[in-house]
Design a protein around this ligand. Structure first.
Ligand code: HEM
Length: 322
C-alpha cells in the first residue's frame, strides 16, 4: 500500500498525543528538559498539520473505498486538539476524569475498526444541494460580526488583562442580550449542521488540495466551536457558575503550567488558524467563480500569513499570563 509510512506516522502521533502534551507540561514546570518539552509540543502541532498534508495527498484519487475512509480518518486527525479538550470537559463535568485516556483510546480504536470494516461513504449527503453552500456562506457573514469583535477582544489582551476585561464587558452589552445570545448560538448550530452536510458530501468524493483543506478546516471548526461553546456556556457559566472572562481564561497556574489546561494551547491556536483559513478558502471560491483567479491566488497567500500572525498575537498574552 502506497501510503503505509505516512499513515503509520499519523497513527503514532494520534496514539502519542496525550503523552506529548504531558511532556510539554513537564518541561514547562522543569520536571524534564525544556527542550524535550518544546520538541514534544512541536509534535503536538504536527499532528493536525500532518493529518491534513497526508489527506491532501491521498484525496486526489481513491483506488478503493478503504482509501476513501482512510483519507477521511486522516482529515479527522486535524480535529484531535479539540477532540481531546471535548473529552476532558465532558468527563470533568461528570466527575469521571480518570476515564479520559480509556475514552480517548476507545475513540481511536473505533475509528480504526471503522476504516477496516465499514462500507463506501455514499455520495452526496441526503440533504445536500448547491443552495446549501450559499446558505452556509450567508450565515458565515452574519457570524463574522460576532467573530470579528471576539477576536479583537482577544487581541486586546496584548494591552493587558484589564483591557481584555473591559473590551469583553463592552461587547457583552450586545451579544449577551438573551435574544442575541439565542440567535448567536442558533446561527452557529445552523452553520455546524450545514457545514457537516457539505463536508459529508465532499468527503465521499476525491478532491484537490484546496477542497481538502476547506473540508479539514471546516471539520476542525465544527469540533472547536462545539467544544468552545460547551466550555464557556456549559462548563463555566452553568456547571461551575463562574464568569468566563480573562481571569478564568488564565487562572493560576495558567495554560503552560497546568497539566489539564496545557491542551487548550493547541486547541485555541489550531482553532483560530482553521477559522481564518476556512474563511479565506471560501472567499477564494467566490473570487474564482467571478473569474478573478489572480486575486484569488494573492488572497490565499495573505490568508495563510494573516492566520498565523493573528493566532500568535492571540496566544501571546494567554501564554505570557502563565
Ligand atoms: C483563542 C481563541 C479564543 C478564546 C481565548 C476565546 C474565549 C472565549 C471566552 C472567554 C468566551 C466567554 C465570553 C463571555 O462569556 O462573554 C467565549 C465565548 C464564545 N466564543 Fe470564544 N474564544 C476564542 C475563539 C473563538 C472562535 C474562533 C470562535 C468562533 C469561530 C469563538 C466563538 C465563541 C462563541 C460562540 C462564544 C459564546 C458567546 C456567548 O457568550 O454567547 N471563540 N470565547
Amino acid at each position: 500500500m502506497q501510503y503505509r509510512l505516512s499513515n503509520f506516522t499519523a497513527l503514532l502521533l494520534v496514539l502519542a498525543y496525550p503523552w506529548l502534551l504531558k511532556l510539554f507540561y513537564l518541561g514547562n514546570i522543569n520536571q524534564i528538559s525544556v527542550t524535550v518539552g518544546y520538541l514534544a509540543f512541536a509534535l503536538v502541532l504536527a499532528t493536525p498539520v500532518l493529518g491534513i498534508i497526508f489527506a491532501v495527498k491521498q484525496r486526489y484519487q481513491f483506488s478503493s473505498s478503504a482509501d476513501q475512509r482512510r483519507s477521511f480518518a486522516l482529515l479527522m486527525i486535524s480535529t484531535i486538539p479539540s477532540v481531546f479538550c471535548l473529552i476532558g470537559i465532558i468527563l470533568y463535568m461528570f466527575n469521571l476524569n480518570s476515564f479520559e485516556l480509556p475514552l480517548y483510546y476507545t475513540v481511536v480504536a473505533l475509528a480504526l475498526i471503522w476504516i477496516k470494516t465499514a462500507n463506501t461513504i455514499p455520495a452526496p449527503a441526503k440533504y445536500y444541494s448547491p443552495k446549501l453552500r450559499v446558505a452556509h456562506g450567508i450565515t458565515s457573514l452574519l457570524l463574522l460580526v460576532f467573530i470579528g469583535f471576539h477576536l479583537v477582544n482577544h487581541l486586546g489582551a496584548n494591552l493587558g488583562g484589564d483591557a481584555h476585561i473591559s473590551l469583553m464587558d463592552g461587547f457583552r452589552k450586545y451579544y449577551r442580550h438573551p435574544l442575541v445570545e439565542v440567535l448567536l448560538v442558533g446561527l452557529f448550530s445552523v452553520q455546524l449542521i450545514t457545514g457537516w452536510i457539505l463536508a459529508r458530501t465532499f468527503i465521499s468524493q476525491s478532491s484537490d488540495g484546496y477542497r481538502t483543506l476547506q473540508v479539514a478546516t471546516g471539520l476542525i471548526l465544527m469540533v472547536f466551536i462545539s467544544t468552545h461553546i460547551i466550555a464557556v456556556i456549559g462548563l463555566a457559566r452553568f456547571y461551575l457558575e463562574i464568569d468566563p472572562n480573562w481571569d478564568w481564561l488564565v487562572y493560576s497556574p495558567g495554560l503552560l503550567k497546568d497539566g489539564w489546561n496545557v491542551r487548550l494551547i493547541s486547541h485555541y491556536f489550531v482553532g483560530v488558524i482553521a477559522l481564518i483559513l476556512h474563511l479565506g478558502l471560501g472567499l477564494r471560491i467566490v473570487l474564482i467563480n467571478h473569474g478573478k483567479e489572480r486575486l484569488a491566488k494573492i488572497l490565499l497567500g495573505l490568508t495563510f500569513i494573516t492566520a498565523i500572525v493573528i493566532a500568535i498575537a492571540i496566544m501571546r498574552p494567554l501564554l505570557l499570563a502563565s
